[in-house]
Design a protein around this ligand. Structure first.
Ligand SMILES: [Zn+2]
Length: 192
């Protein structure tokens, strides 16, 4: 989490409270403190920068009240190997910034990486890696429908931009979180 508490926002104005989920602290807040753009004739009704009442981070809303930076999706997962931790963290940031094609490419990479680490061969097709994870108990038996939902990513995403991309990315992200939790955070510790 970034720190914004060293000072207060100077000459900030008071507005009707607006609620949003803060990208920085992840809390659902209602803020009445903001800077706003102004246009002669129509007044202050355009873009806003709201200060979070919890962590003081600025949240930007554009003219259509679209929030620029979304909350970081997913949770921290404990006991991840360093190389996996780095990719997982980049996936979360891609999702946060709405870069869903980039997120999906990284998630494919991570799925292949996990399969190879668990004993599969390098250089196989994405769908074969999903099968490997299913057939070797790396995907829990009752979660196979989640694995099926990411199968289609084997041949899309890299070639075309689709409207389904957000939904695909979210499905895949849930699958990744499940894989990482089951196989790292909740896995039995190795004997030393
Ligand atoms: Zn906040």
């Amino acid at each position: 989490m970034n720190k914004f508490n060293a000072g207060g926002w100077h000459e900030i104005s008071k507005w009707e409270p607006t609620s949003f989920i803060c990208w920085n602290c992840g809390k659902e807040v209602a803020s009445e403190k903001a800077y706003a753009t102004y246009k002669a004739g129509s007044g202050f009704h355009h873009s806003f920068i709201y200060a979070c009442p919890n962590c003081n981070a600025p949240t930007i809303l554009d003219d259509e009240k679209k929030q620029i930076l979304l909350p970081l999706p997913g949770k921290e997962i404990n006991r991840l190997p360093e190389n996996i931790e780095i990719i997982y963290s980049e996936i979360r940031k891609c999702m946060q910034s709405g870069c869903f094609n980039g997120a999906i490419m990284l998630m494919r990479k991570l799925i292949m990486h996990i399969a190879v680490e668990e004993g599969d061969d390098e250089g196989k097709n994405f769908i074969d890696y999903i099968d490997f994870l299913n057939n070797n108990g790396i995907v829990p038996k009752k979660s196979k429908s989640k694995a099926d939902s990411v199968r289609i990513l084997g041949n899309s995403a890299n070639h075309e931009i689709e409207n389904r991309i957000l939904e695909d990315a979210q499905n895949c992200f849930e699958f990744i979180e499940l894989l990482l939790k089951v196989n790292y955070e909740f896995a039995d510790g190795e004997e030393e």
